[in-house]
Design a protein around this ligand. Structure first.
Ligand code: SF4
Ligand code: SF4
Length: 414
């Protein structure tokens, strides 16, 4: 039986709270590099951020470092580069910028560092460095600019037409034009993992939730924001907020980890777009319904699964428990953990602009995660993010293991 961990997480963040001392600097979040520069030099270059150590095993955690095999690709190296440019000792260059972008901003490294300020805030300066690269004209990477241009024209990064965004929508689906609840589908479920969109919408129908899908929904802005293009991402966010407000939306349900992080955290706290809309990730919403007795699962799946923590739900937002609890409620599901799980999970390699700009690194990360999943003997790897799902499905060869979104499994038993 899986041992429950007694770990304290920082509220609203997926990172663990480690011992703080009286004189520990409390830092504001989402600031520029200048704000963090004093603590960058606290990095002792010890290399602890490369591996996770948990009781009986050591394992690597940083896809960027393990693929790049050079100090600059690990957090310690990135800290030194960030300190170098912020103190004027290192000059910005196209090559330096490229190194910074060869990182999925998965934050697994920050978990391992035991220096409190680095543990708690390194994600902030990894993003601040990208912002700075963009300001200097050294970022983003050409692939990121290409999809950003497309988002600005057609509201999605997949080179698809906006007017095909709802092509997945089955005719039998009931929506209510007066609904205050929106299902925010996101680009990956709209164009690439349409099974997730169909399953989610059908679940909401079966549960008799009055909801609507906003036909003018834009990309949430995550691929733009995560590549340092903050101003453009903020404009996208403002457009979406206008669409929500015009439609009278009070609650948003999304089945995408990246969309969730953007709507719930980045819009208000980074972009300053304060809103009263309640944002829920689908597993959180379904678990709440289950606990109120409003869902009954009446089929048995007879399946062993392992759960992959998407970085944007796990370390970025602190949601580890709910998807696991929901999975365990599904009849016939046996959940087995990979060695690297929760805050120590190995990234699937798709986020932070890595999949579009650094295909080799992205595939390297995905294959390692798939191999790890296979060691559990699970029938399937389950995630709660269509981008992770699409990454797994693209990299699983010979059907040695299946991949599902949790919405697809829930739909099967309703
Ligand atoms: S970031 Fe932390 S763990 Fe990594 S090298 Fe620096 S001090 Fe060590
Ligand atoms: S954020 Fe992830 S990929 Fe980037 S340096 Fe840290 S562990 Fe490596």
């Amino acid at each position: 039986m899986e041992k429950e961990k007694n770990v304290k997480y920082i509220e609203g963040k997926g990172i663990t709270l480690i011992t703080t001392v009286a004189n520990q600097k409390k830092l504001d979040r989402y600031k520029d590099l200048e704000h963090y520069k004093d603590i960058l030099y606290q990095c002792g270059k010890c290399g602890t951020c490369r591996t996770t150590y948990q009781e009986e095993f050591w394992s690597r955690v940083c896809p960027s470092g393990e693929f790049g095999k050079f100090e600059a690709f690990y957090l310690g190296g990135k800290n030194l580069l960030s300190w170098g440019v912020s103190s004027g000792k290192v000059k910005w260059s196209a090559n330096l910028s490229k190194i910074l972008y060869q990182c999925s901003v998965c934050l697994a490294c920050t978990q391992q560092c035991q220096i409190p300020e680095i543990h708690h805030y390194a994600g902030e300066w990894l993003m601040a460095m990208r912002e700075q690269a963009v300001k200097l004209g050294l970022g983003p990477m050409p692939e990121h600019s290409r999809y950003t241009d497309h988002i600005l024209m057609e509201n999605n990064p997949y080179m698809e037409e906006h007017n095909k965004r709802l092509n997945w929508l089955p005719p039998h689906l009931n929506q209510s034009s007066n609904a205050k609840i929106a299902y925010f589908v996101g680009c990956t479920s709209s164009y690439r993992e349409q099974n997730v969109a169909i399953a989610t919408a059908e679940i909401l129908n079966i549960l008799k939730i009055e909801f609507k899908i906003l036909k003018d929904e834009h990309c949430c802005g995550s691929p733009v924001y995560m590549t340092g293009q903050t101003d453009k991402a903020k404009n996208i966010a403002e457009t979406n907020m206008k669409i929500f407000n015009d439609a009278g939306i009070e609650k948003i349900i999304t089945s995408c980890a990246g969309c969730y992080r953007m709507l719930k955290e980045t819009y208000p706290n980074k972009f300053g777009i304060k809103h009263e809309i309640e944002v829920m990730h689908l597993p959180e919403f379904l678990l709440e319904k289950f606990n109120k007795g409003e869902i009954k699962f009446d089929k048995d799946l007879n399946m062993m699964v392992t759960y992959h923590d998407p970085c944007h739900i796990g370390r970025h937002m602190g949601i580890y428990k709910q998807p696991r609890m929901l999975l365990k409620k599904i009849p016939g599901i046996k959940l087995v953990e990979m060695n690297r799980n929760r805050e120590n999970a190995w990234c699937c390699g798709s986020g932070g602009g890595v999949r579009s700009a650094f295909k080799d690194l992205s595939e390297f990360a995905a294959k390692e995660r798939i191999e790890e999943a296979k060691t559990t003997s699970a029938d399937a790897i389950v995630s709660t993010c269509p981008f992770c799902l699409n990454q797994f499905k693209s990299n699983i060869k010979n059907e040695e293991i299946k991949a599902f979104d949790i919405a697809e499994l829930v739909r099967k038993v309703l």
